[in-house]
Design a binder for this molecule. Sequence first.
Ligand code: FAD
Length: 556
Amino acid sequence: MPKPILLSVDDDSDVLRAIERDLRSQYGAEYRVMGSDSPEGALDLLKQLKMRNDSVALLLADQRMPHMDGVGFLQEATRIFPDAKRALLTAYADTSAAISAINQANINYFFLKPWDPPTEHLYPQLDDLLDDWQASYRPAFQGIRVLGTRWSRRSYELRDFLARNHVPYQWIDVELSANDPETKRLLEVIGSDIANLPVVLFQDGSKLLEGAPAEVAQKVGLRTRAQTDFYDLAIVGGGPAGLAAAVYGASEGLHTVMIEREAPGGQAGMSSRIENYLGFPTGLSGADLARRAVVQAQRFGVEILSPQEALGVRIEGPYRIVKLADGSEFSCHALMIATGVQWRRLEAPGVDRLQGAGVYYGGGATEAMSCKDETVYIVGGANSAGQAAMNFARYAEKVVILVRGTSLAATMSQYLIDQIKETPNISLWANASVTEAHGDTHLEEISILCSDTGKVERVPASAMFIFIGALPRTDWLAGVVERDDRGFLLTGPDLIRDDHQPKGWTLERDPFLLETNIPGIFAVGDVRHGSVKRVASGVGEGSVAVQFIHQYLSKV
Ligand SMILES: Cc1cc2nc3c(=O)[nH]c(=O)nc-3n(C[C@H](O)[C@H](O)[C@H](O)COP(=O)(O)OP(=O)(O)OC[C@H]3O[C@@H](n4cnc5c(N)ncnc54)[C@H](O)[C@@H]3O)c2cc1C
């Protein structure tokens, strides 16, 4: 926790040094003492301190300074730090000016120069002022601050990225908190740059305009570049399957790297409560599972590159070369594809345009709080939709689940159906499909086709969350790894047709259970053809595959 600041301003450098020395010797343990030899410089410094979210306890200014006197400076400084105690340093001749300033400019005290001995003429009065200041002092938030608007897609993407990567941040909605005095002061300090939302303020005083996840990731020290150019095992995808493979691989001595495009945790990271994962009788959130797994993987020395995307792979003898989105490459002996699946798009006018501005794919964990007292629509009838409905019901006034079928029975687990029935603010709208999303800058209404009546109803809506199934995104492996007609990766027995090994297969043995048509390239979890789409099965496959990798590596 940084110490609050005592700032003195005096154009006479000898006096400035003397006051800084006296302040530091008495208050240095609890406060940071800073000084400036001009009021203009001090105001610039105060603006920087505001951007860093530092606290200023005391402003102590000499009255006689060129360009701007002490009273003028204190008045300006108060606009930036209104709670700081304000004091003047004056010569005897200026006493009457100082007295009238006490009323005029709300100055708390004036000290006469020289103030020797400080134990009599400085510290007792400052002790009083600082005690007073401490009584109402609340330490400011320490960490990244993101300024944006609720309906901005860029702001949403950045908040979602920070939340999923467990980077603590403070969100300031510049529209919603436009009347908050502290926000006003911050916006004034940021000036015209505020047009470039989202603006990200870092603790070192720097700022990023139109902050994009990749830039913020670099700034907060998330690693996106490989440390070396060769690994025993490279894993693409940081969901449960990839994380399990990373933990098992590294714990068994393999030099392992994991590449994750968004944030470790994958789809599971979006789940508000996983209730069927062994060993957690009361369930656990996907974010918690992801956080624990990442710590475990890092403990075993796994290098995690995130956000980073694998864009291609090529084979050079025993080496599998992976190409990354930043243009860099590394090679490995064994490669594991654990890229899961991504949400299917809802094809309806307005949906793409309003994505991130009221229309969201997946859990939108960062959005739940913003939906307080609103009506939220959930599109889809599988477990993921049910979990989201339960989560939003804690904040929203009303949650409506839209399903095309007649009920949830065929698509959702019974325990979730029961929970939904018992939650009074969740309702089910069956035989319903969204045909259009309306709104200029953000979602305002949706049109719903009711297949039983054939009518289209247009209803007000400020948030719609879409959970309509998912598909693998494996185009980057086309021409190298065999896929089924929907893009899922074929492994083990699925590759053997009419007793024949896959085309181009050069080894005597058949592909291992979770191995693709390329020796040493494995596929696990949801991306694998025929996989069970569950956290536990992904974790199981990721762990088991490491045993095949050992066998493969023993003969490379
Ligand atoms: C909302 C929700 C709730 C769920 N609830 C449950 C539940 O209660 N119980 C249960 O058992 N299952 C649940 N599931 C299903 C479960 O989450 C998935 O089966 C599981 O996450 C699959 O794990 P995976 O590692 O195979 O893939 P994913 O979790 O999909 O992870 C794949 C990862 O790969 C990354 N990636 C993709 N392509 C690339 C690339 N080219 N380069 C780098 N990275 C890439 C993605 O960003 C992603 O993080 C739920 C799913 C959702 C969406």
